[in-house]
Design a binder for this molecule. Structure first.
Ligand code: ZN
Ligand code: FE
Ligand code: FE
Ligand code: FE
Length: 169
């Protein structure tokens, strides 16, 4: 029988793996982006993600556990899909919109996962862990909002290239 603490640590290991995978994937998206604002937003989030790995290590510590990675199959899938959408839109005016869509799916998975982890840390009475997880979740939400703002502009650009005048109101 597993306890809520076991479940928490399994999910923590899953996200510890997911964040490592994201640090490998973001440089490819930064490279593929042709919009400087998008590149800058992804670079900022890459640095935050590296910091999140350290925050997660501190969360493990607060539970007296060693940081360990357990493969997150969902993140593998999201990043695979991201690779596909990016290669299918290379050299196209849709490239930035494609990158944003892939990145936002990653952010939403993270927001859902950290919301759960934060709730479990609180139930387990570990305020320090809950606070660290909350800091990470806030960064994911801010990254998602920045991408939403950029999406507006990039989607219009993609539309404009495909049919000049179409995005104008
Ligand atoms: Zn731009
Ligand atoms: Fe993250
Ligand atoms: Fe996962
Ligand atoms: Fe993120």
């Amino acid at each position: 029988m597993s306890t809520l603490k076991d479940l928490f640590l399994e999910e923590l290991e899953d996200m510890y793996d997911a964040e490592h995978r994201i640090t490998k994937a973001l440089p490819k998206l930064i490279q593929a982006a042709t919009c400087n604002e998008l590149k800058a937003a992804l670079e900022k989030h890459l640095r935050e993600t590296e910091g999140q790995i350290e925050k997660l290590e501190r969360v493990f510590q607060t539970f007296g556990a060693e940081p360990e990675r357990t493969k997150c199959p969902a993140m593998v899938g999201l990043l695979d899909e991201g690779d596909d959408i990016v290669s299918n839109n290379k050299n196209s005016p849709t490239i930035n919109a494609a990158i944003i869509s892939a990145a936002q799916k990653v952010e939403h998975y993270e927001i859902a996962s950290y919301g759960t982890l934060q709730a479990w840390a609180k139930i387990l009475g570990n305020e320090e862990a809950a606070n660290l997880i909350n800091e990470i979740e806030d960064q994911e939400k801010a990254a998602d909002e920045t991408l939403t703002d950029l999406a507006q502009e990039k989607n219009e650009e993609a539309l404009e290239e495909a049919a000049p005048g179409a995005a104008k109101r």
